[in-house]
Design a protein around this ligand. Structure first.
Ligand SMILES: Nc1nc2c(ncn2[C@@H]2O[C@H](COP(=O)(O)OP(=O)(O)OP(=O)(O)O)[C@@H](O)[C@H]2O)c(=O)[nH]1
Length: 513
């Protein structure tokens, strides 16, 4: 049912419909393929651009991080130098505090600078006052330096400052005494807010991400995440599992383990410090923006395609209507031809007697004369009339007269004649023969046979004339070589004249002119 409807709707039952639909389908597939391909190329290009942008951003962020920590490193080294310069070994002096404060103020990223002895006690700090009995021996960086003879700068996990309550990144150096033993730690704390502010300068979408990460996979700061992600491990991130193992910088997409969102990331490992920075563009946001940019062209293309398809269907429909109309016209023409033929045939037959009509007689006679002229062979005409038919008609009535006409007509039709001869009802009580290739002698014989045929039918005549039967009289004329100038009218006139002769001579006989 559905298939039938579809076949009819799409005109698939016609050759025109099939080829039209084939063309429309090919057009649809072609336009769709080109559009999809163009859009795919455009989306791939956008992704590649986003990858490049993320990579560039991560490289600049890595420069910024390197500069930030390098300045801190130099400051720490300055502090070490200053400590070495103190003659009596006393660090807890106002001069040292001023020195530390002055150095701290130089760098925006610095939260504070601190000097601890080998027990973790505060010796000096850039802050206004030293907390009483303060001890940092429990801090992770302190324990590290106490237990490791490493002279390099160390960047630790984020901690909350005991002096300012801020989230800070501890950057520390091991102190040595003159004998080379552990003498404590010099610490500079870098504000996490410094990175927060810096990363906020960039015009990014809500779900785009920037992160500063320790090389041991610990998050130091990451936007747009809450501070709860700070110090989380990214060991499960593709960044540490695979990506960084292949290259120190580059671009790739992966799902962040912090929120599961897929981003196009750029990443860069710092050369001088064990840090990694990443910049990631949210793929879904990129897709939405790209879609919005292409929505207009997409809508226009769709509208164009729909218009073309609509026009195609309309043309197909129009062609189908035209074909239907043509079919109707030819069917009607056929019907008209049939009707015409019927009408023509009816006009050529006499309705009452079933003999040829007067019209057919005229046509047939003209044709016989034409052939006679070209062949030189004779053609004859016999005209017969019922004797005393007016009286018959007047006495027995018109209906009886009609019956008599039919009976006489039948008698004449039943006469054995040549297939080329024609018997017609000439009109009124008259009958006529056209006899091609018939000489005057033979025409006269046929006229007499006609008279005889009617007589032998014994059709009863008028009631008050017993023993009388219906008779006819006949007159004939012939065109032959001797009177070759005769036309149809002359032949008929002569035959009628002969008929009158026969009537005058007493009826029931034939006469010839
Ligand atoms: N029933 C009938 N009568 C017809 C028809 N056509 C003509 N007639 C009649 O035929 C008669 C012809 O009369 P006439 O021409 O005088 O011929 P007639 O009476 O036979 O006279 P003669 O020719 O001298 O024998 C008229 O009365 C017509 O009304 C017809 O179709 N049916």
């Amino acid at each position: 049912m559905k298939k039938k409807f579809l076949t009819h709707f799409l005109y698939l039952h016609t050759a025109l419909g099939r080829s039209g639909n084939g063309m429309l389908f090919a057009l649809l597939v072609g336009v769709l393929a080109v559009n999809i391909w163009t859009l795919k190329v455009s989306w791939d290009k956008r992704l590649a651009e986003a990858g490049d942008e993320a990579m560039n951003l991560s490289v600049s962020l890595s420069r910024q991080a390197e500069d930030t920590f390098m300045q801190v490193e130099f400051t720490l080294k300055d502090v070490m130098h200053e400590i070495e310069q103190s003659h009596d070994g006393n660090i807890s002096t106002p001069e040292m505090r001023d020195f530390l404060r002055e150095r701290q103020k130089r760098l925006l990223q610095l939260n504070g600078i601190f000097i601890y002895d080998e027990k973790g006690r505060w010796l000096a700090a850039s802050s206004e006052k030293l907390p009483a009995n303060a001890n940092n021996a429990d801090r992770e960086y302190f324990i590290y330096h106490r237990d490791n003879e490493n002279q390099d700068i160390r960047i630790g996990h984020v901690i909350r400052s005991r002096s300012s309550e801020d989230l800070v990144i501890p950057v520390s150096l091991r102190r040595y005494d003159r004998s080379g033993n552990f003498a404590g730690v010099v610490l500079a704390t870098v504000r996490v807010d410094y990175f927060r502010k810096f990363y906020n300068f960039f015009e990014l979408e809500d779900r785009d991400a920037l992160a500063l990460i320790l090389a041991d996979t610990t998050v130091l700061y990451a936007r747009p995440f809450p501070d709860s992600v700070i110090n989380q491990s990214l060991a499960q991130s593709p960044l540490f599992r695979t990506v960084l193992k292949h290259a120190d910088s580059g671009g790739r997409s992966w799902h962040s383990p912090l929120d599961g969102i897929e981003r196009i990331y750029g990443y860069a490992r710092l050369h001088r410090f064990p840090l990694v920075v990443t910049a990631g563009y949210d793929k879904a946001t990129l897709w939405q923006k790209w879609l919005t940019d292409h929505l207009l062209s997409l809508a226009l293309n769709t509208a164009l395609l729909a218009t073309v398809l609509g026009m195609g269907v309309a043309i197909l429909r129009q062609a189908r209507v035209q074909k239907h109309n043509q079919h109707e016209i030819s069917r009607m023409q056929g019907e008209l031809t049939h009707v015409n033929q019927t009408l023509h045939a009816l006009a050529l037959l006499d309705e009452m007697t079933g003999l040829a009509s007067r019209k057919q007689f005229d046509i047939f006679l003209e044709e016989a004369l034409r052939r006679s002229r070209s062949s030189g062979r004779p053609v004859s005409v016999v005209i017969a009339g019922i004797d005393g038919f007016r009286y018959y008609n007047d006495t027995l009535g018109h209906e009886a007269g009609n019956k008599c006409l039919r009976q006489v007509g039948k008698a004449l039709r039943d006469m054995p004649l040549s297939t080329t001869d024609l018997v017609a009802h000439y009109g009124g009580d008259r009958f006529a023969f056209v006899l091609p290739n018939t000489s005057s002698i033979y025409a006269f014989e046929i006229a007499m046979r006609a008279v005889s045929a009617v007589r032998h039918c014994h059709l009863p005549d008028v009631v008050d004339a017993p023993g009388h039967t219906v008779t006819i009289s006949a007159g004939c004329s012939t065109r032959n070589a001797a009177n070759s100038d005769m036309d149809a009218a002359m032949l008929i006139h002569q035959a009628e004249s002969a008929l009158l002769d026969a009537k005058r001579k007493g009826k029931n006989q034939a006469s010839q002119k």
